[in-house]
Design a binder for this molecule. Structure first.
Ligand SMILES: *[C@@H]1O[C@H](CO)[C@@H](O)[C@H](O)[C@H]1NC(C)=O
Length: 145
């Protein structure tokens, strides 16, 4: 029954993918989770409810990685600096900065994504193979009414 086989195939593929994902998660989660560490620091500036955000990204491997670093849009946060997305070759720890003004208590989420090292890391630099690795961190921003 060829038509029945066709009908069943997508489900089978999906199940296989899910099994693979579960196995991968169970197997290599620690290593996988530790490619990058994110550390977000929020320090008050001179004016009320204005803060400097520092996001420190540490590469835990012994090979450099190109990393795209950003913070998510948030209706309660206005950027005093540019709301920049940075892409940098990170071999140890790099710090990234934004300045924000906050209108209500909220959480700021930062994100680091491994991207292709081509054109980002120097040619000849040993780089970690590109993965679809992404990691986020969130930090509460206090607001004084
Ligand atoms: C923004 O502030 C309002 C008012 O305090 C709150 O209800 C809302 O959840 C906040 N949004 C975010 C994304 O934090």
């Amino acid at each position: 029954m060829p038509s029945l086989q066709v009908l069943y195939q997508p489900g089978a593929v999906m199940r296989l993918l899910i099994v693979c994902l579960i196995l991968k998660t169970a197997h290599g989660q620690d290593d996988w989770n530790n490619l990058l560490s994110l550390n977000m620091n929020i320090s008050p500036m001179n004016n009320a409810n204005q803060f400097e955000v520092k996001l420190a990204i540490t590469n835990n491997e012994n090979k450099c990685m190109a990393v795209k670093v950003s913070t998510e849009d948030n209706p309660n946060i206005t950027y005093l600096s540019a709301h920049a997305t940075y892409t940098a070759c990170i071999c140890a720890t790099n710090d990234f900065f934004w300045e924000i003004q906050v209108s209500a208590k909220t959480f700021l989420q930062g994100k680091a994504e491994v991207v292709s090292a081509k054109g980002i890391c120097p040619d000849g630099e040993k780089t970690y193979p590109v993965t679809t690795y992404m990691r986020t961190v969130a930090h509460e921003i206090p607001v004084t009414p």
